[in-house]
Design a protein around this ligand. Structure first.
Ligand SMILES: Nc1ncnc2c1ncn2[C@@H]1O[C@H](COP(=O)(O)OP(=O)(O)OP(=O)(O)O)[C@@H](O)[C@H]1O
Length: 742
């Protein structure tokens, strides 16, 4: 098999200097990192390879190509490099300089000759932006479209914009994208960047993905649940579409073109993927455009937020211009570091260059996320604080330094004895693959530096890659989609099979929601639920709202619940003022109707105020404008889906809360609890005793029965997002009929 070449250009020569205008302020002993270069970036990729089915596109590793020699020359002459950088080579020149360019023809030959191609190339080698364009320009895709899947929305939209620019068109024309709650494509679109979830959703209407002649699964190493569903479906679609003509018969399938699949990543277990696709060809692209120097800390840094701050200021005060990207596990850490950086920045001497901090996490509305791509004002350093949302695929212009805390949040399903369970987010160490992707965000425009806030030993001890989501996340939503495709999770050919417990729990959830019957067959209700781009329990509430005549209200509530950030701000400094503001919206039945009161007031403000007036109003009310504006986008999309389903989204129950609660109970049937004599609540569908969360408007009330959005585990088990509901509404739910709970 072809040997994997070591990452080119990782050099020990780029040392961070101790001197600098403010080095006294941050004494050396305070610095968390030491200079340790490494060349480990090639994680275990293709251990044994796949016999003669693998190939190195850029030739033998021991014999550098002309391009590599040129790159080495560049590395040896930083001044020349800088001169080139300042000139800002044209986009087409940049394209030609990408490492993948030298392997273009060979790559296209492989794709032409094989149904499935697995392409492994360093971060920044040009896979994601170039391969779709090569395929289009070569004519391999014929009249069909090329789909390029991404695990994250921001990557799909920003890549579409970049590739549209490279094609000298605007996004939505030749190059488009499609992500949940947003789409830019037209009849002219030939390359479409999509989230893997959107392509799975497309399967519902087009089970053979007939519009596409090539599907590129990018960042396949992330093994999201949707990627795995896609990999499985693509395999069977390809068997059907690429079958010999006599096996295809004379029906509509016979008219379909064969499907080509390309799987791409920088850090993939190539052997496993190759095996899954019947020993598919594995090809390698060596090299990246610019070198990245990596540093590890000498000792571990338990307070990684503090270590990140010190490292940032060390860079800011000692290092040449260049923006900084800091990877943190979640929104809370980002907010905390944001505050600390701003506080510390105020203490810098007046003549210091400025700092602009940009947070970046999934809960930020797309407009805010897009800010990270804008250049910082002159004489100012941009500091992006991001979760792993910025880890793969994206190129953020200006980033020269990456600080990697080594932490991320991972979704994990917690199974309960009752056969039910829930997803929770846990902070954990990243994988080698993530560390490599993070480092890869530097060095995309010129030489870069990555500061890992963990030791080299810790790095070596990290697992190669994350456990696939299918083995650790709730499956009800995917199970429902598969049921719509006539497929059974238990019987599908997955690369890694899900746990039986997780499948059983998902089946139970769908049964209780009425989406499947007791024979595990999809019901009409289940089919209607699957059309809505929502979690099954929320989709169930929307479907129920048609009967109850309150679709307008339920969509408003569900949109807020589907937004990725919290509606209310908790302010420790102004606790009383925040509580007072919240009281104004409070509804006696609890938190869901309270949300509706907020949305109604917000809608009035939106109608009467300009953007800054709206923001000011939100601030005064301790409401999160981001959450409300994201909810508005979700609401609009849900209304459109209703129109397509023939559902009247305008049907409204006015001020009567009963229909709203009745619809919510249908969806939250697994999240109901009854009051106990001691004042606690006992779950109806589980063994737990829960308390009402202090943030709830019902926290000091005792009501006979509640429904809730989620459980939070701290010193107690708390129910959050709570409404009081008459027992009879729960007794009405078909699974509880004849159970004497009214
Ligand atoms: N939006 C952008 N703005 C500026 N340059 C870009 C942009 N997108 C890509 N590039 C340039 O193209 C190079 C290749 O990017 P591409 O995303 O195709 O690489 P890749 O091999 O897919 O990397 P990764 O595995 O990290 O996604 C980048 O290193 C950068 O130099």
């Amino acid at each position: 098999m072809a040997k994997i070449a070591a990452l080119k250009g990782v050099s020990r020569s780029h040392k961070i200097s101790d001197s600098g205008p403010h080095s006294k302020r941050l004494k050396k002993r305070e610095r968390p990192w030491v200079d340790v270069s490494d060349d480990e970036l090639h994680v275990k990729r293709a251990k044994k390879g796949t016999g003669d089915r693998s190939k190195n596109l850029n030739g033998s590793p021991s014999k550098p190509s002309a391009l590599e020699s040129k790159k080495k020359a560049k590395i040896g002459h930083p001044s020349r490099h800088l001169a080139n950088g300042t000139k800002q080579a044209s986009i087409q020149e940049q394209r030609r300089e990408l490492p993948i360019t030298s392997g273009k023809d060979a790559l296209l030959d492989e794709i032409r000759d094989n149904d499935v191609t697995i392409l492994i190339g360093e971060t920044g080698s040009g896979k994601t932006t170039q391969v779709p364009q090569y395929i289009l320009e070569s004519g391999i895709s014929g009249k069909g479209m090329i789909a390029v899947t991404q695990p994250r929305k921001v990557a799909a939209t920003s890549l579409a914009t970049r590739v549209a620019t490279e094609q000298n068109t605007s996004v939505g024309g030749l190059v488009g994208y499609s992500v949940r709650f947003d789409e830019a494509s037209s009849e002219d679109t030939r390359i479409k960047y999509v989230t893997d979830g959107m392509l799975v959703r497309e399967l519902l209407g087009d089970t053979l993905l007939s519009r596409y002649s090539v599907v590129i699964v990018d960042e396949a190493h992330e093994r999201t649940l949707r990627t795995d569903l896609l990999l499985t479906n693509l395999k069977s679609i390809q068997k059907t579409r690429n079958a010999p003509a006599d096996a295809k018969g004379k029906g509509s399938v016979a008219k379909l073109n064969p499907l080509k699949i390309v799987i791409m990543s920088a850090t993939l277990d190539a052997e496993k993927f190759s095996k899954f696709y019947d020993n598919a060809k594995v090809i390698y692209v060596k090299g990246r455009q610019h070198p990245v120097t990596i540093y590890h800390t000498a000792i571990s840094q338990p307070d990684f937020v503090d270590a990140a701050m010190r490292t940032f200021f060390q860079i800011h005060t000692d290092q040449p211009p260049g923006d900084v990207l800091i990877f943190l596990p979640g929104q809370e850490d980002i907010e905390s570091l944001d505050k600390s950086i701003k506080l510390y920045a105020d203490r810098l001497p007046k003549d210091s260059s400025g700092i602009v901090v940009c947070p970046m996490y999934a809960a930020l509305p797309p407009g805010q996320q897009a800010k990270i791509f804008s250049p910082a004002p002159q004489n100012t350093r941009k500091c992006i604080l991001a979760t792993n949302i910025a880890e793969t695929s994206i190129t953020i212009p200006g980033i020269k330094y990456v600080i990697d805390t080594g932490k991320c949040k991972e979704k994990r399903y917690i199974a309960r004895d009752s056969g039910t369970g829930f997803d929770t987010l846990l902070t954990k160490d990243i994988t080698k693959s993530s560390a490599m992707q993070r480092a890869g965000r530097a060095g995309r425009e010129s030489i870069g530096f990555c500061f890992r806030l963990y030791t080299e030993e810790s790095f070596k001890a990290l697992p190669d890659s994350a456990e696939p989501e299918i083995r650790r996340c709730a499956l009800s939503s995917s199970l429902l989609q598969l049921k719509c495709l006539g497929q059974d999770l238990e019987q599908l050919d997955f690369m890694d099979k899900p746990d039986w417990e997780a499948i059983a729990s998902a089946l139970k959830t769908l049964y209780l929601l009425g989406a499947i019957d007791n024979q595990k067959h999809l019901t009409k209700l289940g089919r209607d639920m699957a059309v809505l781009p929502l979690e099954p329990h929320l989709a169930r509430a929307v479907v129920a709202s048609q009967e109850c005549g309150c679709t307008l209200e339920i969509i408003d509530i569900v949109s807020v619940l589907s937004a990725s950030s919290k509606l209310f701000f908790d302010s420790t400094d102004e606790r009383e003022a925040a509580a007072e503001a919240r009281r104004k919206f409070r509804h006696s039945s609890g938190d869901h109707m309270t949300i509706l009161n907020v949305v109604r007031s917000y809608q009035e403000i939106v109608a009467s105020e300009n953007k800054s007036g709206r923001k000011e109003w939100c601030k005064k009310q301790f409401l999160n404008d981001r959450c409300l504006s994201e909810a508005r986008d979700i609401r609009d999309q849900l209304r459109e889906v209703c129109v397509r389903m023939g559902v009247d989204w305008r049907s409204s129950c006015g001020d009567d809360e009963q229909p709203v609660l009745r619809s919510l109970v249908r969806g939250l049937v697994q999240q109901a609890a009854f009051l106990q004599p001691d004042g606690s609540y006992k779950q109806l569908m589980g063994p737990s005793i829960v308390k009402i969360h202090p943030s709830s408007s019902l926290c000091d009330k005792k009501v006979p029965a509640i429904i809730y959005d989620e459980l939070v585990y701290t010193s107690h088990i708390y129910a959050r997002g709570v409404s009081s509901v008459p027992r009879k509404l729960i007794a009405e739910v078909s699974v509880f009929k004849n159970k004497n709970i009214g």
